[in-house]
Design a protein around this ligand. Structure first.
Ligand code: GLN
Length: 307
């Protein structure tokens, strides 16, 4: 019998296509060139099965969905206590780009830019290029194919990312990062510019759902304690100042990016990726959020729902 999943996913995509709310991010000029009508959805299961719907072959930049993976590598390299010395785990209730530190002088969590920049600096590497290459290999291993930087997005973000550059200098001034902030920010911009599709992202999410073991290759990429930590901060902080709303309505650990992607992970069950470029005021994809709401409700995926 033919699986009912592809037709179901296609229906979810078509049901959100009438929604023209929100706006494409334009503070990174290259992102403003995205086609706002693109809409895609993908799921991947821990056994490696993957199902795609909509514009699943459209590539876009990973942006903040890279942050939990970078956090995972920083934990692997340094151990969790050393990472917690530099970056907290409390939801900030603030926008993703807020320039703020907690009472002990740390960024509040690794999902906002300040915390993500600090996390990037904790990844081991002799220099900026090596640090980024280790991250690119990690994202690629999770996706199951070789990923590369969208140079146009990188150049555009590097030319206009003054706020993030300022954040790098602030973090250096309070000794949260201990190397050249300009190098760190450059690596962070590259990290955000890695090009993916929902098919890649669903497999990356499924790797987390599978405790760090890539479903298709069987490679143990991340230790299960690192994955548990990544999913915990995704649950409390992944959707920025909409995290409480998201957890109560959708109930799936998730992370969004300003190019319009959202990944969601249910441990042991499923990796989900949605994409559509128009964003709400929190910087989360409008149609992406709507597709997740529908999946969660239709399939009883909310973490707090009885099985
Ligand atoms: N590269 C983006 C930035 O630093 C990432 C933000 C995001 O995806 N929310 O502004």
């Amino acid at each position: 019998m033919q699986s009912p999943i592809p037709a179901y996913l296609a229906r979810v995509v078509s049901q959100v296509q009438a929604d023209v709310g929100g706006a494409v991010a334009d503070y990174i000029p290259e992102l403003a060139t995205a086609d706002p009508e693109h809409t895609a959805l993908a799921i991947a299961l821990p056994d490696g099965h993957r199902y795609l719907a909509g514009d699943a072959d459209v590539a876009f930049s990973i942006q903040s969905m890279s942050k939990p993976f970078t956090y995972g590598l920083a934990i692997t390299d340094n151990g969790l206590p050393a990472v917690l010395d530099k970056v907290g785990v409390e939801p900030s209730g603030e926008a993703f780009n807020e320039i703020s530190l907690d009472a002990s002088g740390r960024p509040r969590n690794p999902m906002i830019n300040a915390g993500a920049i600090a996390t990037h600096s904790l990844v081991h590497g002799a220099d900026s290029a090596q640090r980024f290459e280790r991250l690119r290999r990690l994202y690629s291993a999770c996706a199951g194919r070789d990923l590369s930087v969208d140079e146009r997005v990188y150049t555009s973000e590097a030319a206009t990312g003054h706020r993030n550059i300022a954040m790098g200098h602030l973090l250096r001034s309070v000794n949260i990062i201990d190397c050249d902030p300009v190098d760190i920010i450059d690596g962070y911009f590259r990290q955000c510019s890695v090009e993916v599709t929902v098919a890649d992202l669903a497999m990356m999410a499924a790797t987390l759902a599978n405790g760090g073991v890539q479903p298709l290759t069987g490679e143990a990429i991340l230790d299960r304690h690192a994955v548990r930590q990544m999913l915990s901060v995704m649950t409390t902080c992944g959707m920025y100042d909409a995290a409480g709303d998201w957890l109560s309505v959708v109930g799936i650990p998730a992370k969004s990016g300003v190019a319009g992607g959202i990944i969601g992970v249910l441990p042991g069950q499923i990796g989900i990726a949605a994409f559509s470029p128009r964003l709400d005021r929190h910087g989360n994809s409008v149609r992406g959020v709507a597709m997740f709401e529908r999946l969660s409700d239709d399939l009883g995926m909310h973490l707090m729902e009885l099985p």
